[in-house]
Write a protein that binds this ligand. Structure first.
Ligand SMILES: *Cc1c(COP(=O)(O)O)cnc(C)c1O
Length: 429
């Protein structure tokens, strides 16, 4: 059994412990939902205030130049690039993950079919995050293509020379299972298939090597592990080998080679700048920039490799204590035990009603979330109702994780989740 004292010793020895002070976490709360909405960085309020009061209030429209507003999507993009194995001028922070996926997937379809019009399939996982599948479905309708949805284990057989694009989320939002990006890129490339990766649960959570692994396109989320705040802009990357040929359909003026030339004809900007559409929400963008800074602060302490070590230690600790302490409650851990196949979250199933258990946990100061299963899914794991616990190494302590499992145990042992108020459904689970 792992004891509280063991966890206290781990916290004392944790080289990343100072990073927690970057956040304004409420007292008495153990926050295990940074994979859904990252915590508020202390620097964000001041940064947004400055943009609001000085840059907008005092400097007014001049701030597009003097405060760097116009260049902010690319400047924040350059910071994100350092976390995902990309180079400068390759990432732009803008729009939402859904919109960026539309742009990236459209561009990928355009490139794949220019090379070979007979490629009519997009392959993805049936249990991928729904917005990704909806966007792919819409593009299939638009282009007369077919979306083939398979289970992760069936991916190798699904790839052949009729496939245009392989579109995957790197770390699964439900199970926390992580794909081998390099292996899938190599397999896709050998068959002439382009890859589009969603890094929503990877950026700031696990090391990613987009260039080194030969990926073609990527998108990701700003409000999860990047701590950008609710509705923060997302990001998009494409491999520089595609910069000259990749066109995206939301060809707005910010993606033009000379936005202030006011030409009646579209001419895409060189490089990633062409993946912009229109004017970006500056208040949200500076908040995202401050959020990304909290992850970059780890660079001096070992960077993503150190964050990954701590993240794996936390997920391992959670899984081990859950197995030890919740043995009588039918606990089943869905997240892979193999560290190489695991992101930065733990998902589990219990005999008890998962929704009510999570509501009871939240009422006791432990915040995770609940994801209902898909009753029609052919794969049993996809039908399960999951409790999700995100492990954010920037601000979580080993003692937090230990305490969270003790609280869960108390709720189950005492049946506290049976209180009818925990069964009430909210719009967001
Ligand atoms: C969180 C998440 C999104 C969010 O998309 P929005 O456009 O920001 O609503 C998309 N895809 C995946 C895989 C996600 O985890």
């Amino acid at each position: 059994m792992i004891t509280l004292q063991d966890c206290q010793a781990h916290d004392r020895a944790d080289p990343l412990a100072p990073l927690r002070a970057q956040f304004d976490l409420p007292d008495g709360v153990i926050y295990l939902d940074g994979n859904s909405l990252g915590a508020l960085p202390r620097a964000t309020a001041e940064r947004v205030q400055r943009t609001l009061r000085q840059e907008w209030g005092q400097d007014l429209i001049q701030s597009w130049n003097s405060a760097g507003w116009f260049a902010q999507p690319l400047a924040t993009g350059d910071k994100i690039a350092r976390l995902i194995g990309a180079g400068p001028n390759q990432v732009v922070a803008a729009d939402t993950t859904s919109v960026n996926l539309y742009k990236a997937l459209s561009a990928a379809i355009g490139l794949a079919r220019a090379a070979d019009p007979a490629r009519r399939r997009i392959v993805s996982e049936r249990s991928n995050f729904p917005t990704d599948l909806y966007i792919a479905e819409a593009l299939c309708r638009e282009h007369g293509m077919v979306l083939q949805l398979v289970h992760a284990d069936e991916l190798p057989q699904a790839l052949d020379e009729q496939v245009a694009v392989l579109m995957l989320t790197h770390v699964h939002y439900r199970s926390g299972r992580m794909h081998d990006m390099a292996a899938l890129n190599a397999r896709a490339q050998a068959l002439g298939i382009l890859t589009v990766w969603d890094l929503a649960h990877s950026a700031g959570a696990v090391p990613v090597d987009l260039l080194g692994s030969g990926a073609d396109f990527a998108v990701g989320c700003g409000y999860k592990y990047l701590n950008g705040g609710p509705g923060a802009p997302a990001f998009v990357w494409l491999n520089p080998r595609h910069h000259a040929q990749a066109w995206q359909p939301l060809a707005g003026w910010w993606g033009h080679a000379r936005p202030f030339g006011f030409s009646p004809h579209y001419e895409p900007a060189p490089g990633i700048a062409r993946f912009q559409c229109g004017t970006q929400p500056m208040l949200s963008l500076v908040a995202l920039d401050a959020g990304v800074d909290t992850v970059l602060a780890a660079e001096a302490l070992g960077g993503m490799a150190a964050l990954r070590r701590k993240s794996l230690a936390l997920t391992e600790l959670f899984m081990q204590t859950a197995q030890d302490e919740l043995a009588g409650h039918g606990v089943q851990i869905v997240t892979p035990q193999d560290p190489a196949a695991r992101g930065s979250q733990v998902s589990l199933v219990l005999d008890a009603d998962g929704y009510a258990v999570m509501q009871a946990l939240i009422a006791h100061g432990v915040i995770g979330d609940y994801r209902a299963g898909d009753p029609e899914a052919p794969h049993p794991e996809d039908r399960m109702d999951l409790l999700r616990f995100g492990m954010t190494p920037l601000y979580l302590r080993h003692t937090d994780v230990w305490q969270a499992v003790q609280t869960l145990r108390q709720i189950l042992d005492q049946g506290l989740w049976r209180d009818p108020r925990h069964a009430r459904r909210h719009a967001v689970t």
